[in-house]
Design a protein around this ligand. Sequence first.
Ligand code: SF4
Length: 390
Amino acid sequence: MSRNPRSKKGAVDGCPSAGDVFRLLQCAGSWMAGSAAGAAPEPSGCASVAEEVLACLSGSCKVCVREDVADAAVWIRSQEDELCSRVFGGKQGGISVARGQELAFCEGGREVLRGRADSVFLDEGSSVVLVCAYDFAVGAAVDVSGDAWQLAALAMLVARELGYVPQVYAAVLRPFAVEREVAPVFFCPADVVSARESILEVLGRAMMKDAVCDPSDAACRGCRARGMCRAFSRCVAEWGAADVEVRWRELSPARKLAAFRLARLAECVAARIDACCEAELRSGGSIPGLALSPGRQLWSVADASAAFALLSARFPRHVSAVSFARCCKVNVSDLDRLVHAARKEEDAGATAKGARSFVRDLLAPCSEVRVSKGALRECGGFLSPPGCPF
Ligand code: SF4
């Protein structure tokens, strides 16, 4: 769920926003269904955090009391600086900046698409634009699957605002994500034109009265119509009552992919229901037939060197450094951090990535590489890797 207080995602009136495009691409019926369902409530606290970060960025808050908010603002600025130096090649002058731009695309005298560009950097001389959209989602709420289409919609909106088709670099910045990876997407002028044509087609289909609802994990996850959507409940109910293995054999490959996506959605719904139940019971409520089991005691050694000193003093013949080390498991991430700190002291320019390779090279004689079983993942279609979809 977006924490952007000015996001139009979830608005019931008006027109779809850039963040809706990916869902409408998969489920054309979701705009009409979502409009009938009404506005989705914003989770409490989300809007205020986003407002605080935006106030911090605009300089309107003099003293930022929340450390996470200040950190988010600093991180956003540093990412924007890095993107600017990549996109504009270190050029300082002639770059204009606009923040918090509410953009709209009109056709036939009415708005058909809206979007917010949180920051826009424009080099008029070379017709190059960098657009950033902030997403304040946290943890499991982070969803990157629609990024490419959201950014394509923003590129189209920026081109309309400028009155010409520039080259567009666009990125979503997520300061509260666990992995704060920034993956900018480049749209050449031809891509921006293709984006406009494709997105207008998607929007046109979504506005038709008989637009079809097509349930899938990626579409339904953020759809506010889910609680009342017949297509969604029919799909879940059908699978619940089916003999899965028998039905599986009758499915076409495309329907198998749809079933896989539905299973991901069911997992997501189950996790949210679990969380609701747990929160209710923890806050003193009761649900007949459901109880919280008491937490188990988990014993572990907090200080390995102290444990070694105690054990080797008690059993000097049996507990040697080597035999004790056999009982320990090395935490590779902690080791990477330790070596990174050590290398940083020797060389201020040392990177965390460099420390990783250094550790793996140095410890090659005493390490092993195992290949895990692998997991199911989507590898094409709408959920292809991030990048320009045109
Ligand atoms: S719940 Fe799913 S199938 Fe129903 S309208 Fe929303 S996206 Fe479409």
